[in-house]
Ligand binder design. Structure first.
Ligand SMILES: Nc1nc2c(ncn2[C@@H]2O[C@H](COP(=O)(O)OP(=O)(O)OP(=O)(O)O)[C@@H](O)[C@H]2O)c(=O)[nH]1
Ligand SMILES: [Mg+2]
Length: 387
């Protein structure tokens, strides 16, 4: 809109000037007397809208105005079109970006879903994927989800896996992989003359010691001697003495480290000395320290930690951790005949980082003991039964 101000002496003069300046479409917006005294002056404000009529217009000169308006509105229309095209372009680019984001999201969702399945949180593949079937079997048998995820991931990288055609063949590969992993733990020593059996209450220390003593004599032709540090219970000493009598081996009772040192010296002619210890809670730090002091009197002594496989994973892991102060270098898994969760054993073996030397599988002395077999344990972890 174009606005112009005039100071005129009368309205007629103003209209003439307005028409010639602004054209016939102009309109008078306001008039005001500026000075009453002669010469009298009047202010006139007029305006014209270049885009179209501002208000009431006269019919004069409309043809020319329309032409201009048409040109202007055509230019405006084109500008508008351009603007809309630009907007549409922006919109298309945004949609394209949105599609890419959607693709990224889909990829991310697939990744998360795969991860969830590997971590055991998903259910998607449960029925249709053989690998998932193995995964759930291992978790059901007590292997932790994290370890299972690793096992399953490792198996899928194994060249033997690509040849497997069905679930049975996949489990056979899994068994081989598990066995190899279990075998990787090497016994740190273990062939020494002195072997102390330690572990929580009732895990089978005394029974296992008797089994080992019998093996020494019967299978290996070695001369064994026994020491018991379990002086807390009369029955414990009696129990060992009965075994010693049956096996015809000497037995000493040692309550403190001096007696222990002397007992070892007294058994100097023996090929193997097996040491029984009292069962105590793994949380009994004083007991562990007492044993530690006794053991420190000997330069070389193998410490065999007995873990009852009837205990739950958490309890086994805690025991394996707490007994570490005694520096055990071997593990014996006892009561496998009563074990209900073979998968948990895998976690314990992996976590302890220590080789398993023996397993015991019954109360019979001396029969129910065997050297640890990684292959048999792998099979047990997969089908959760004793082999
Ligand atoms: N089923 C089964 N029972 C076993 C096995 N080994 C030992 N036992 C039994 O477990 C019970 C405890 O055995 P012990 O040898 O006295 O255990 P311990 O660790 O010496 O016990 P404490 O000296 O009291 O700590 C006994 O009834 C054993 O017969 C095994 O391999 N399988
Ligand atoms: Mg005992």
């Amino acid at each position: 809109m174009q606005v112009k101000r005039y100071e005129v002496t009368n309205v007629q003069e103003a209209l003439g000037r307005i028409k010639s300046d602004l054209g016939p479409e102009a309109i008078v917006l306001s008039t005001k007397t500026l000075r009453n005294s002669p010469p009298r002056l009047i202010e006139v404000i007029a305006a014209v809208d270049r885009n179209g009529p501002v208000g009431m217009t006269t019919g004069e000169g409309r043809g020319k105005g329309k032409e201009e308006r048409d040109k202007e509105s055509l230019a405006d229309g084109i500008a508008d079109c351009r603007r809309q095209i630009e907007e549409m372009k922006d919109m298309m680019a945004a949609i394209q970006r949105g599609l890419r984001v959607q693709e990224d999201l889909a990829e991310l969702r697939d990744g998360v879903s795969a991860l969830f399945n590997v971590l055991g949180l998903g259910v998607k593949y449960r029925d249709r994927d053989e690998v998932a079937k193995l995964y759930y079997a291992l978790v059901r048998n007590g292997v932790s989800k994290t370890r299972t995820a690793k096992i399953v991931a490792d198996i899928q990288k194994d060249p033997r896996f690509f040849k497997a055609r069905n679930y049975e063949e996949i489990t056979a590969v899994a068994e081989q992989c598990l066995a190899e992993s279990l075998r990787r733990r090497r016994a740190d020593g273990g062939g020494g003359r002195l072997k102390a059996l330690v572990g929580p209450t009732g895990v089978g220390k005394t029974t296992t010691l008797a089994k080992l003593a019998a093996r020494c004599r019967i299978d290996e032709g070695k001369r064994a001697g026994l020491i018991t540090t379990d002086t807390y219970r009369i029955a414990a000493v009696e129990q060992l003495k009965i075994y010693a009598k049956i096996l015809e081996v000497p037995v000493y009772v040692a309550a403190d480290k001096d007696a222990f040192r002397k007992s070892v010296q007294a058994l100097a002619d023996r090929d193997v000395i097996l040491i029984d210890t009292p069962g105590k809670s793994p949380r009994d730090a004083a007991h562990l320290q007492h044993l530690q002091e006794m053991f420190s009197t000997q330069e070389s002594l193998d410490v065999l930690l007995l873990l009852s496989t009837t205990a739950g994973r958490d309890s086994l892991l805690e025991t394996a951790d707490r007994y570490r102060v005694l520096g055990y270098n071997q593990i014996a898994l006892t009561k496998l005949d009563e074990c209900r969760s073979f998968g948990a054993l895998y976690d314990v073996i992996e976590r302890s980082g220590t080789a398993v030397s023996y397993i015991t599988n019954g109360q019979n002395v001396p029969r129910d003991i065997a050297e640890f077999s990684a292959r048999a344990m792998a099979r047990s972890i997969i089908d959760n039964s004793y082999h």
